[in-house]
Design a protein around this ligand. Sequence first.
Ligand SMILES: *Cc1c(COP(=O)(O)O)cnc(C)c1O
Length: 389
Amino acid sequence: MKTNKRKKIWVGKKKELQVLDALYKIISDASKEMVGYPASLVFDYSILLRFLKYHINNIGDPYENSGYYKINTLNIEKRVIDRFAELFHAPKNNYWGYVTNGGTEGNLYGMYVAREQHPRGILYYSDQTHYSVIKNLRLLKMPSCVVKSQPNGEIDYKKLRAILLDNKSKATPILFANIGTTMKGAIDDILKFHEILSSLHIDKYYIHCDAACFGMILPFLPDKQTKHFDFRANIDSMAISGHKVIGTPMPCGVVLLKKSHAEKIGNFIEYVGTSDRTISGSRNGLTPLFLWHEMIYSSEGKFKKKIRDCLKNAQYAVEQFRKVGIQAWHNPNSIIVIFPRPSEKIVRKWQLAVEGDLAHMITLPHVTHRLIDRVIKEISLDKKSAKKL
Ligand SMILES: *Cc1c(COP(=O)(O)O)cnc(C)c1O
C-alpha cells in the first residue's frame, strides 16, 4: 500500500514535470520568432540567480530606508533611480521615483500625481497614445481630450493649440507627451508644447512624458540628434519601461518625477514603518537588481553600442523591405519599422504588432540581420502567392 501511494505521487510529479518541459519548449521556440513586440530577449542575469531563493520585497518608499522589513533591495533601487535621474537630467535634490511593474504603472503614477496637484485638470493626449491611458483615466476619473495625430504619429500641434485655447478658461491642462508612440515610434516635441502654452499665456500646467520604450534609447544618442524630451524641457514626470530596450526576465519600469510632487502623496504607515507612496504595497525586489545589472554594473559603452546597432538594424530592415518592393519606414531615432499589414498567418508566426492596415517590427538586439531577412522573405513570398490566387 505504502509503496503504491509513493509511486502514485511520483507518477504525478513526472507528469507535472512533462507539463513544465512542454511549456519550456513553447516559450523557447516562441522566443526565436518574436519580432513585433518591444521586449529585448538578449540578457544574461545568471550572476543574480542566487537571489531567487529569497522573498525580496521592496515595500514602501525607496528613499525612506527605515522600514521594518529587511529582506529588500531598496539601496540598489535607490541607486537605480539616481542613475535614471542623471540620465534624464532630473533636477538635483528634487527628484523622486521608484521601480514599477512597467510603463503602465509609471503612466498611472504620473497621472495620479498630476490629478492630486490639479484636481480639476484636463488631460490632453494624442490618438496615438498607448492604450493604458484610457484605463488610467477611468481609474482616476479624470476629464480628458483626445487630440488628432499627424500621419507620422506625432501629435497635431495646431489642433492641440486650438483645443487648449477653447478650454483655456476651464481647467489646468495636463499634457501627456509621447516620447516614442507604441505603433509608429513618433516623438512629441515638448518645446512646441511650451511654445503653445506660453503663446496662450497659460502658466499653470503639468507635463507627463510616456517614454516607456524610447526612454532607454534617446539618452544614449548625441544631444543634437534628439528633441528635448527630458527634465531639461521642464517636465513634471516620466515613465520608462525596463523590460523593453534593457531586457529583463520579467516586466518592470521606472517612474521619475519632481520630488515636490511626490511629497504631496502618501501617508506614513506604522505597520511597515515607512510611507505608502507607491501604487502597489508589496513590490518586486528582484527587478531593481536587473536594472542595476544593466545600468550600473555593465559598461555604458556596451549599452550605447547596443542602441546604435538597433538603430542601424532598423535602417537595414527598411532597405531590405524596399528591395522587395514593400514600402517600409521608420521615424527618426526609432527602432520601430512600419510596413503594410501582412497576412494573419505571418502576423501570428512572427508575433507582429498590428493596427488597421499597418504592422511593425522592432529591431531590438535579438532581431538580427538573419532574422530580419527571414521575416522579409516570408512576407514577400506570401504577398506573391496571395497575388496569384
Ligand atoms: C509599452 C508601452 C507602454 C506600456 O508599458 P508596459 O510596460 O507594457 O506597461 C506605455 N506607453 C508606451 C509608449 C509603450 O510603448
